[in-house]
Design a protein around this ligand. Structure first.
Ligand code: SF4
Ligand code: SF4
Length: 424
């Protein structure tokens, strides 16, 4: 796709500004009624989905050029998809998120990617990770766990740790817990170790589509060689990349499971018994890539038509990703099954959730914006009276931990697997 493929969307944008808010029927208070971190921080229309559609049109028609301000307005966005869900509540089949992606891809193609992303891209080119670490160390987190090495043998399942769990020493324990649970589940699984590559999702999110293709080709070939038919991950970004992007852009047919889905299944069939009480009041943050962007990819091969020379329709109708079928129940079921845990909800949840701030390359490219976005979520979590903010993505967890520490706050930040581990 290209920016031109979303020209009709840009023309049909009514400037209604729905995309700046939580969908109206999910709104519970004025304080937590905003949905778009970018417009709240940037405070100018071009920092919203609707604003970026105007920017796209203007660039396509040669009415403006890319200045530093334009670059910032395009990239200072979490690509969280809140705007997309809100827009679809009123406009049914517009695709602001996809249009914003193509706008980024155009700037990348024209050499207008902000410099701040270069270290991450260089690390991906040389070491296949986003963290600036030597790729030889990628499997170190699992060294003493006795997990099958799928570069040497075969298995039905592969556990893909992802960049953060592989290299962030404070977070690797979550991956080790995942391995312990997979063993408990009796699955025939292994890991790729140093041969694992970044999923490519982060590079794709900033418009560097080529890197996604490279990562997909590498990972899919490695999994095929190892006889894998299902990939399991505890990272929401990897989940989205494998489930949506690999299917759409690399024709992948591999099954994709997030650890929370597996845990939910194990709780339901009685194979995971959590008996140790964890007396804690917790609130759950829906990662954007597991929640509203965690829906299955639906292939579409239709055409855009005009009826009466005016109204744009898609024949057959385009699939509608409005976040309704994201992974929302599984993590909540698991939390409710932990003895002693009391789950209290924030106001913005599920498809109306506020982003953690790490998405869309914001953590790498616009760290102050990223931290501010996380801080806003921390305030919302604190307003529930919870002792801990629980999530199911290492990027969300890392951004929240940093924001709480930066503000010298008291809220504990945990991955759901850490809570499960406490209860076993
Ligand atoms: S909600 Fe959709 S139609 Fe309304 S301003 Fe935003 S992008 Fe445009
Ligand atoms: S993707 Fe998120 S941050 Fe970007 S415009 Fe949409 S709501 Fe705002």
């Amino acid at each position: 796709m290209t920016i031109q493929d979303y020209r009709a969307d840009a023309l049909r944008c009514t400037r209604c500004a729905y995309c700046k808010w939580v969908p109206l029927d999910l709104m519970k208070s004025w304080r937590f009624s905003k949905g778009c971190p970018s417009i709240e921080y940037g405070k100018f229309h071009s920092y919203s989905a609707g604003g970026r559609l105007i920017t796209s049109l203007s660039l396509m028609d040669g009415r403006s050029t890319v200045t530093d301000k334009v670059r910032d307005s395009v990239f200072m966005c979490n690509m969280c998809g809140s705007c997309d869900v809100a827009c679809k509540m009123c406009r049914y089949d517009m695709e602001p998120l996809l249009a914003m992606h193509e706008l980024r891809a155009k700037l990348v193609e024209d050499g207008d990617l902000p410099e701040a992303y270069q270290p991450m891209l260089e690390s991906l080119r040389t070491d296949y990770n986003t963290m600036g670490e030597p790729h030889e160390r990628r499997g170190d987190w699992a060294k003493d766990l006795g997990v099958k090495d799928l570069t040497k043998t075969t298995a039905k399942y592969v556990f893909h740790a992802g960049c953060r769990y592989s290299f962030d020493g404070e977070q690797s324990e979550v991956a080790r817990t995942a391995v312990a649970i997979l063993k408990k589940a009796g699955l025939d699984f292994g890991i790729m170790g140093a041969a694992e590559s970044c999923c490519g999702g982060k590079a794709f999110s900033i418009g560097v589509d080529q890197q996604l293709h490279k990562s997909a080709d590498h990972n899919l070939a490695a999994w095929k060689k190892a006889g894998v038919d299902t990939v399991i991950t505890a990272c929401a970004d990897c989940y989205y990349a494998f489930k949506r992007l690999y299917t759409q852009h690399a024709g992948s047919t591999i099954k994709v499971v997030h650890m929370v889905e597996l845990l939910d299944q194990m709780v339901a069939d009685g194979s995971l018994k959590m008996t140790n009480p964890v007396p804690m009041k917790v609130t759950y943050h829906d990662p954007c890539h597991l929640g509203r962007q965690g829906e299955d990819y639906v292939p579409w091969d239709g055409v855009e038509k005009k009826i009466f020379g005016q109204a744009v329709v898609y024949d057959p109708p385009r699939p509608r990703y409005n976040g309704a079928f994201g992974v929302y129940d599984a993590p909540r079921n698991v939390l409710k099954a932990i003895p002693g845990v009391e789950l209290v909800e924030m106001e913005r949840i599920k498809e109306g959730a506020w982003c953690c701030g790490a998405g869309g390359g914001a953590r790498e490219g616009y760290p102050k914006f990223s931290e501010w976005t996380a801080g806003e979520r921390i305030e919302e979590a604190e307003s529930t009276g919870a002792d801990a903010l629980v999530t199911a993505c290492p990027w969300c967890e890392r951004n929240f931990i940093d924001a709480v520490r930066g503000a010298k706050g008291k809220l504990e930040v945990l991955d759901i697997l850490q809570l499960v581990d406490m209860a076993l």
